[in-house]
Design a binder for this molecule. Sequence first.
Ligand code: ATP
Ligand code: MG
Length: 392
Amino acid sequence: MDITWLLKPGELVLKGDNRKLFEHYLQRNIQRMLKADGKVIKFKATTGRYYITAPEEQSEFVENALSRLIGISGWARTIVCEKTPDAVFAACLEEGNKIAGGGAKTFKIEARRTDKSFPMSSYEICCKCGEIIYNKYGLAVKINNPDNTIRIEIREKALVYSGGQKGLGGLPVGTAGKGLLLLSGGIDSPVAGFLMAARGMSINAIHFHSYPFTSNEAKQKTIDLAKTISSYCMGLNLYILNFTKVQMKIKEKSPASWATVLLRMAMMEAAEKTAQKIKCKCLITGESLSQVASQTIENLGCTQNRIKLPVVRPLIGMNKENIIKEAMRIGTYDISIQPYEDCCTLFTPKHPVLYGKIEEANRLYEELELETLIDESIENLELKSMDYKTIL
Ligand code: ATP
Ligand code: MG
């Protein structure tokens, strides 16, 4: 038996002139997500509604994909029937049976009729369908806070559904340009990447490792994080750069207290150069104000002062508790807390500078003459392309 899902677009309804563009990307993303070998899945778009139809045995695959689709506010399994009162009543009884079986005691009906040629008004549909469900299953009608709501829409076909799942919301990936995420193995940066994807941005990621001071497990952890993010943002490229020589030079030549800020400055420079090559319009970090010494407003100012691309920090005003909740929701938390450090303690100062001055930061940074080492790390980068279906 085939199942049909009704998808409701999220913020798209708010969009004015560029609504068509947003719809185009949403459709493209849905179609890409559902394209899989041997799976017979049909997709249909009409004004303001999207439908997916697939054999029942593929429903797990479809619902898994929908739970990762940015840009829809929700979806529901839907009975699609002919636009006749009898067919609608029969579908209502089927839904009534389902909600009664699920333990509901009260319900209400909500009806919408965009096709005015249907011979009953929305109000009449509500009254009649309420009555037949009450008569058959003894469920009481309750307008405020019912256990369940059965929804009926009379459009190009008649749709009858109840319950449903909440979607991720946001704007379809691809509608807001491309950003380069600085992805560490920590909790914060994967969340930052997801939040930007949920504003419609396509994401690529860059990771710096210092092998052999950091382990291969730490690198693998970042690859796993990138895979998880890629399943929401329609795939991504992960650029892995070896920064061992850069870190060594900072350790040898600069005051220990400045090591972290100088390293972040070098990461920004390498990230900007990479971003320009791959046409990313901004850098994205998981920084949150004053979370650690390198994230005071003064040090953030030092970190970004030598680059021109905008640096977006979606977590800047979030506290750790909420970041963790978000990481759990998107499935990155368990990977992030694996015990492999992405930054060797050998390079982490005991007493870091807290309120770095930009002039001093620049003087120390220029003394390091890192350009050749940075270019070398870019030339030798390792690229991993992640398909968005990797973990589905
Ligand atoms: P996270 O949990 O994301 O690691 P954090 O709180 O540990 O963040 P820092 O280690 O100070 O913070 O890093 C700040 C930001 O710099 C990170 O969110 C990330 O965007 C970037 N960053 C740090 N280390 C790396 C790395 N090895 N590779 C790429 N980006 C990094
Ligand atoms: Mg970190």
